[in-house]
Ligand binder design. Structure first.
Ligand SMILES: C[S@@+](CC[C@H](N)C(=O)[O-])C[C@H]1O[C@@H](n2cnc3c(N)ncnc32)[C@H](O)[C@@H]1O
Length: 489
């Protein structure tokens, strides 16, 4: 750990006593200063903490990134001895005072997470090669996307600060967390102890430390950044060439999961000229026997991508690094890089469903519930052929909207496009033809779909069997995306 066990207890006492929690800070600062802090404008927060009581000092040091008088910092951290706080790196000397040495973030209702100070807060200072990442966008994406159903055992691969493990402990009886970096494991152990949690912590390369073991839930925010395979920062670079880390995790998944188990991880994949990116990613799961749902959330061009990741480690002005990275992309015909969430499930069926798709729209949180529901819908679809699908009753999704585009002509409006839009959940939109529109419009949960189709066939003068046959895959698709939901009971 970064501190002794007694030191961690003392730090917890100091933070609790001062009410250095998300709520405590928000109450102290009020909405205006809190809003300012979110935009890195600390002026109002500094005015609200001028009296430098313990909470005020902690806010000034760890939120507003100020250098504060030693006596005030020592008082704010007491009973943690200042010597131990300095030795553990929590604070560091700067000018004639002390400033934060580590990022000590109040998180959730009453948690704290320890991580390194980001590159942006220490311009000019190179990041440690085993830099421990704080809670950024990717971290939150995985937190939000994780299926939060109760499980016996959960594994966090590449735990870093331990923030994923903190969340896992809310719904898993036993949590295991691994990392290649000894330094990261010290941070994770300290985060666990500070929050009164107890995880099994193991050191090693990806799945090696848990070889032969299975878990009900596995999550990983791995070092997914793609490039030539050189490692300068372990939180970002896996040492694998290209997007191989994503494929490696997929290949490892069948041996990691219990029956019915779920694995979720973040990944980057390359879009290679002349190759379908979806086929490339789907290929990762061939032969695994796992159901897979991969959603691409973002796509970046190589230049923007390299810039982003060089800025992340404070190396944006290294033209050679940038050129070498871009050369690698050119040599491998990489036109773009996709980012997304991989969700896998060991369903035990011999006809696994693999779906790789773009999902760029904003999704109604929590994404984890959407993932769980997607797999539930696959369970419904898997055991039904077209006949069985049409025998069910369905109801259109809550609040489903129809958007029309029409052109005014001599005979009034002529409809060009009709789009169904889900205002909730995954917020899919989809262009549909009038027959599908009528089908969805009539889905009020009362009639079996086959009977609904018979009415439609009569109204449109089509043979009912023909319509039923054509409807099978369309209905499956509408169910998979949640436009219509089966009515049970
Ligand atoms: C992107 S950070 C994620 C940290 C944290 N889990 C989160 O979600 O914020 C990736 C983590 O994986 C660790 N890591 C890098 N290479 C690894 C490897 N080969 N095996 C295991 N862990 C690795 C890094 O040390 C780092 O802590």
């Amino acid at each position: 750990m970064l501190l002794s066990p007694a030191g961690v207890d003392a730090l917890r006492t100091a933070l609790t006593r001062a009410d250095y929690t998300s709520n405590g800070i928000a109450t102290r600062l009020g909405p205006q200063a809190t809003g300012g802090v979110a935009r890195n404008d600390f002026r109002a927060a500094l005015r609200a903490t001028e009296d430098r009581d313990p909470l005020g000092t902690l806010i000034r040091v760890f939120i507003c990134e100020q250098t504060e008088p030693e006596a005030a910092v020592a008082a704010a951290l007491a009973p943690l001895p200042l010597d131990e706080a300095l030795a553990g790196g929590l604070v560091e000397r700067h000018g004639d005072g002390l400033r934060m040495g580590l990022d000590l973030e109040p998180y959730g209702d009453d948690w704290w997470v320890l991580a390194d100070v980001p590159a942006s807060a220490r311009p000019g200072r190179p990041l440690h090669s085993e830099h421990v990442l704080g809670i950024g966008g990717a971290t939150q994406t995985l937190i939000g996307a994780t299926v939060r159903r109760p499980v016996e055992t959960a594994l966090d691969l590449g735990t870093g600060s331990g923030v994923q493990a903190l969340h896992l402990a809310t719904h898993a009886r036993r949590v295991t967390a691994t990392d290649l970096s000894e330094r990261a494991l010290r941070f994770a152990a300290t985060t666990a102890a500070l929050n009164g949690q107890d995880w099994e912590l193991l050191r090693g390369d990806m799945v090696a430390p848990v070889a032969g073991r299975r878990f009900d839930l596995v999550v990983s925010n791995p070092p997914f950044v793609v490039g030539p395979g050189t490692t300068t920062h372990v939180y970002r670079d896996s040492g694998r060439v290209g997007d191989a880390i994503g494929a490696e995790l997929a290949a490892a998944a069948p041996d990691l999961l219990t029956e019915g188990g779920t694995m979720q991880y973040l990944a980057n994949w390359v879009h290679v000229a002349g190759e379908d990116w979806g086929d490339r990613v789907a290929g990762w799961f061939a032969g695994t026997g796992l159901d897979a749902w991969v959603v691409q959330r973002e796509v970046a061009d190589p230049m923007a991508y390299v810039n982003l990741w060089l800025t992340d480690v404070g190396e944006a002005h290294d033209p050679q690094r940038m050129a070498a990275w871009l050369d690698w992309f050119d040599a491998h015909k990489v036109e773009a890089i996709g980012f997304g969430i991989v969700s896998l499930r060991r369903s035990g069926h011999d006809d696994p469903m693999v779906r790789v798709e773009d999902l760029r729209q904003r999704v109604e949180p929590p994404m984890g519930d959407r993932v769980a529901a997607w797999f539930d819908r696959q369970d419904f679809l898997r055991v039904r052929d077209t006949d069985a699908l049409l025998a069910e009753r369905y109801r259109a999704a809550d609040g489903l909207q129809l958007r029309q585009e029409a052109t005014m002509g001599d005979e009034g409006w002529a409809v060009d496009r009709q789009v169904l839009a889900m205002p909730h959940g995954l917020r899919w939109t989809e262009e549909v033809d009038p027959l599908v529109l009528a089908l969805v419009g009539g889905a009020d949960g009362r009639l079996a779909l086959r009977d609904q189709l018979a009415l439609l066939a009569a109204a449109h003068d089509v043979a009912p069997e023909e319509l039923a046959e054509a409807a099978g895959p369309i209905v499956a698709h509408l169910v998979e995306r949640g436009f219509i939901e089966p009515v049970t009971g």
